[in-house]
Write a protein of this length. Structure first.
Length: 271
């Protein structure tokens, strides 16, 4: 009696398939059993055989010489095979014949390896992403970006301003603005030193962001003159923009419209 597997290396979740050959084994038996099991071995670990799956190929009857039995055991294979210094995880498939007479059972065993699941084909993934880029991103999104680049929904008369200066907002014909806000965004970083086994000691920064509306104003309705324009007066006591490794102060002009909010960055110069 011998066991022949489809392969000696099975991936996680893949069924164990093979054939049991009865070359010169004949006689009446109580059962012909298959067992898939694993065990942990090591200097301080020696577990019993933990049966994952068991199948009965023949319940009772007569075994014929040269008979073959195909099998497929569909069970999640876990844990994975491992061969280490302290612990090893070993998998095996055992076939056993229980005879009706007072004869010892006939047993055959074959080891197998349980490997991780199949890795994705990177060439196929790259081809799929390239196709998606050519079909959608490069055509549709690039055209949209170019359209917005040529005709921006929100435009500022100047991207830098000093305290007390006027900044004029102009909008696209498709935009229906409601009101504008001058927002101060302050970002601060807290320095922290962490230590890991891989990279050792390193410095990380955790940023906290606080946004505050400094001033706001309404935008005229569509029927009034200059409906597509608005003027923002920069307060005289405003804080200038700041860019440091651990502290930043940014300014934005936000305009509320129907369906979306428009944002334009603004640099405040020192007074």
């Amino acid at each position: 009696m011998r066991l022949s597997l489809k392969t000696d290396r099975f991936h996680h979740g893949e069924p164990v398939t093979g054939t049991l050959h009865l070359d010169e084994t004949t006689g009446s038996c109580k059962a012909l059993l298959l067992r898939l099991w694993w065990a942990a071995r090591g200097p301080e670990v020696d577990t019993d055989e933990l049966v994952v799956a068991a199948e009965t190929l023949v319940a009772s009857g007569t075994l014929s010489e040269g008979a073959t039995y195909d099998f497929s055991i569909s069970r999640p294979l876990h844990p994975l095979s491992h061969d280490g210094h302290l612990i090893s995880v070993q998998w095996a498939l055992t076939a056993r014949i229980e005879w009706t007479a007072d004869e010892p059972d006939t047993t055959v065993r074959v080891p197998l390896t349980v490997a991780p699941g199949h890795l994705p084909d990177r060439a196929k993934l790259a081809a799929v992403w390239t196709k998606a880029w050519n079909k959608h991103y490069r055509v549709s999104l690039f055209d949209r970006f170019w359209m917005l680049l040529k005709k921006q929904p929100l435009r500022l008369s100047n991207t830098t301003a000093s305290p007390g200066e006027l900044v004029q907002l102009s909008f696209d014909d498709r935009i229906v603005p409601h009101y504008w806000e001058l927002v101060r965004i302050e970002e601060a970083a807290r320095r922290r030193v962490v230590w890991t086994h891989r990279s050792g000691e390193r410095t990380v920064y955790r940023w906290t962001v606080k946004a505050r509306i400094v001033c706001e104003g309404q935008i005229p309705l569509l029927g009034e003159p200059n409906a597509r324009r608005a003027t923002v007066t920069i307060p005289p006591d405003i804080t200038a923009s700041l860019l440091l490794p651990t502290r930043r102060i940014r300014w934005e002009i936000r305009v509320s419209t129907i369906g979306q909010d428009l944002v334009a960055p603004l640099v405040i110069l020192p007074g």
